[in-house]
Design a binder for this molecule. Structure first.
Ligand code: HPA
Length: 246
């Protein structure tokens, strides 16, 4: 039985330490997932890995088929997911390179297929989303961080924007007033869809840059790549330790 799914984001398109057992192509009623599912053993745990932006990182955030990805994971019996995500920082202590385990979300995305509950319904369904992330998985991530000696920031509000462009400084200021600490483009509808399918989901957010207007100049891809590679290194260690204790 596969015990954990890891969805990789920007800077995390493969899980090198995974001892690959097989790749599985799944066609879903909602279209094709971002990539075949890679099954393997990760620090003793049966894990499946899915790169959100495709194997060659070619699918932008607003084009990801979130429903196909989530449906495919549920179809193979997944009950727990860690979504790794690159984010910009709005809060001063969440410096580039930091890892944050958010506990809340505000959704600013639009025009994405954001539910499984819209066609051929026998009744209208509203999922509870008061606490969008799975508390047990979040706690497991803190425990893993402590065991591995990796600093993570516990809690924070993830603002999900539409992209693919980055934000204006006024948008970042508005998001801060709304209560956002982080900004990213993929947290929604991924998190809500996993709840609709009754899979527990936690986010491991890696700060790639200061949000627009919070750094010293324009946001560059070089800056993002630099911080992502440092942050993703820590993330790999964190997820390996997590796999060892789950
Ligand atoms: N904004 C939105 N998404 C992001 C950012 C950002 O600054 N950095 C990485 N993903």
């Amino acid at each position: 039985m596969t015990e954990l799914a890891i969805i990789g984001g920007s800077g995390f398109t493969n899980l090198e330490e995974l001892e690959i057992v097989r790749r599985e192509v799944i066609h879903t009623p909602f279209g094709e997932p971002s990539a075949p599912l890679t099954h393997g053993i990760f620090n003793g745990l049966n894990v499946v890995f899915l790169p959100r932006h495709g194997t060659a990182h070619t699918i932008p955030p607003h084009k990801v088929n979130y429903r196909a990805n989530m449906w495919a994971l549920r179809h193979i019996g997944i009950e727990r997911i860690i979504g790794v995500a690159a984010v910009g920082s709005i809060r001063g202590d969440m410096v580039p390179g930091a890892i944050v385990i958010p506990d809340q979300i505000i959704d600013y995305t639009y025009g994405r297929h954001n539910t499984f509950f819209e066609n051929d319904l026998t009744h209208v369904t509203h999922i509870d989303f008061t606490n969008p992330y799975d508390e047990m998985l979040r706690l497991a991530l803190y425990n893993a961080a402590e065991t591995a000696g990796i600093e993570v920031i516990a809690g924070g509000t993830y603002g999900a924007t539409q992209g693919p462009r980055l934000e204006t400084s006024a948008e970042i200021n508005r998001m801060e007033r709304d209560g956002c600490d982080l900004v990213g483009m993929t947290g929604m509808p991924e998190t809500a869809l996993s709840r609709e399918l009754e899979m527990g989901y936690a986010c491991c957010a890696v700060v790639a840059n200061w949000g627009a207007g919070r750094g010293t100049g324009p946001i560059t891809m070089e800056e993002i790549d630099l911080h992502l590679s440092a942050g993703m290194e820590k993330t790999r260690k964190l997820l390996s330790t997590l796999s060892g204790i789950l």
